[in-house]
Design a protein around this ligand. Structure first.
Ligand code: ADP
Length: 520
């Protein structure tokens, strides 16, 4: 059957070879095993269910969280001469009934539905009557409550369907999954370890950059001047930011599209099309934009503010360079952005365990902005992908010029200060003690009597805080939890204090930092 799969790849899609992971996923699926495929964005997940859908008897049901996407998928299948449809709330009742009738008559090889469709009695009674080849969950991480985009309606599908009919097997596909999410999907879909195909997440054509301490609007203006005719996405945190950035860019004569949840469905569709059809070169949007958008020539993805976790960041940034050409992913970092993310977690309806987990994820995102190891490697390690042996050579950390210098002594000073303060305070107050500040709190806790008080009197508090963040990012200090980010020493820190471990850093010393380009 794999030969037939290769023929379809060539004859229907016009591709000579499978991409990494595709063949393996398809072969598990053709053996009717429950299968989970994890591939980076642009890796070619659609083919993994479409080819088996063409080879196996019956109708394949594809569950997708995005209604806006279904029409595109169906249109592209129809162009290939494949019978497919979608049934969702964008259709009139009459259209829905017509499609259900054709589904009952087994006229489709593929039917795309949103998870909520499984709550409709008519849909369930229809699928009860037909031969189903398999059920595929696109964006399968939505199934897991540990995923960053949990949809409760996704989770109940398997049990709902089991009450109605028998499905030969199921498959899940996703571009983002931490090990706990993978485990969760496996349990829910009954996927054995052998049937998890994970191609790794590395995206060799992407160059990641963190930009700190610069005026963001000026950075954007300068960047766009240098990349005038390139297609790119700017992600902002709020609708207000989206409006402000897009109006500035429009004033400067750029053709801009914008997208956020405050616009009507029709307006959003219009803006999206303007971007996809190249009428607009820049898309300014909140994270409401982009899931499943297949625009291959996006040359940069610029984040105006800190995303809430690495999963979201990697997914959003990964919309750059789907065609494999070199592209940039730039994150503009400022410490203030952390507050908004904390606020969003705090006022959300999540339970305490989930909130704590979100704070932990936020901390990893913050660490990304302070680490000096390869940025791509940092994110891959986060996903437990250790395939990239050396630095990517392209990211802002790999590219930073300058020798590595021994900062062990400075680190020892910070670490012993944290220890003497009882490991009960955050980076701000620790920096004040090291600076020798006369802050009220310092008096209150009598920290001016510590031997570490004023050790960095020549440096600014900001430079000291930056260095502390670096020590957190590299795992010498733990921050408890972002809600009350108190600094604590890790095992690694003990080794540094005992002189058993040295810290080499690509950056300048705390004293030199203020005049250096550390922040750029
Ligand atoms: P994903 O869903 O993983 O983000 P898609 O399924 O949308 O990715 O595929 C991304 C692009 O790669 C599409 O334009 C698709 O036609 C192309 N593609 C998929 N498989 C192959 C292949 N084996 N050879 C060449 N191009 C492919």
């Amino acid at each position: 059957m794999l030969d037939q799969a290769r023929n379809i790849l060539k004859n229907y899609y016009g591709f000579d070879t499978f991409r990494p992971g595709q063949e393996s996923i398809i072969s598990h699926v053709l053996q009717q095993e429950n299968t989970l495929g994890i591939m980076p964005t642009g890796g070619g997940k659609s083919i993994c269910y479409q080819i088996p859908g063409l080879l196996l008897e019956g109708t394949a049901i594809i569950v997708s969280p995005l209604i806006s996407l279904m029409k595109d998928q169906v249109d592209s299948l129809e162009t290939l001469g494949i019978h497919a449809t979608y049934i969702n709330s964008s259709l009139s009742t009459q259209e829905q009934q017509e499609r259900l009738a054709l589904l009952r008559a087994e006229k489709y090889q593929f039917v795309y539905v949103a998870p909520e469709r499984f709550e409709h009695h008519t849909f369930l009674s229809t699928i009860k009557q037909i031969n189903i080849s398999f059920l595929a969950f696109d964006e399968a991480h939505c199934i897991s409550q540990w995923g960053h985009d949990f949809r409760p309606s996704y989770r109940s599908i398997v049990s709902t369907i089991a009450n109605v009919t028998t499905i030969p097997f199921v498959m899940g596909l996703t571009a983002t999954a931490t090990s706990e999410v993978i485990q969760d999907i496996q349990t829910l879909l009954g996927v054995s370890d052998e049937a998890v195909v994970n191609t790794g997440f590395a995206r060799e054509n992407l160059a990641f950059h963190v930009v700190k301490g610069q005026d963001k609007q000026t950075f954007i203006t300068n960047y766009l001047t240098e990349h005038k005719n390139e297609s790119g996405i700017i992600y902002a945190q709020t609708r207000k930011q989206v409006d402000a950035i897009s109006s500035k860019l429009k004033q400067k004569g750029y053709s801009v599209a914008s997208y956020h949840a405050g616009l009507s469905e029709q307006q959003r569709q219009l803006e999206q099309n303007r971007f996809i059809q190249e009428e607009a070169t820049v898309m300014v949007a909140t994270n409401a934009f982009g899931m499943g958008i297949d625009k291959s020539n996006v040359r940069y993805v610029l984040h105006y503010a800190l995303p809430m976790n690495i999963e979201s960041y990697y997914q959003e940034a990964g919309r750059a360079g789907r065609d494999g050409e070199p592209s940039n992913c730039i994150l503009l970092f400022s410490g203030q952005d952390i507050q908004l993310q904390k606020f969003l977690i705090e006022q959300s309806l999540m339970n305490e365990t989930k909130k704590t987990n979100e704070y932990k994820k936020l901390q990893s995102m913050i660490n990304y902005c302070h680490t000096d190891t390869c940025l791509q490697q940092y994110m891959l390690h986060y996903f437990h992908d250790y395939s990239l042996q050396e630095g990517c050579g392209k990211c802002s950390n790999c590219q930073r010029q300058g020798e590595r210098i021994d900062r062990t002594r400075e680190a020892q000073m910070v670490l012993s200060c944290v220890k003497r303060m009882g490991e009960r305070f955050g980076a701000g107050l620790t920096a004040k003690v090291l600076k020798g500040s006369k802050d009220k709190k310092i008096k209150q806790f009598q920290f001016e009597e510590l031997s570490t008080y004023g050790l960095f009197s020549n440096a600014t508090e900001k430079a000291i805080t930056n260095f502390i963040h670096y020590l957190v990012a590299e795992g010498y200090l733990a921050t408890g939890d972002q809600r009350y980010p108190t600094l604590q020493l890790t095992k690694e820190a003990e080794a540094v204090l005992k002189g058993q471990k040295q810290i080499w850093m690509q950056q300048t010393t705390v004293q030199q930092q203020d005049t250096s380009n550390y922040d750029t």
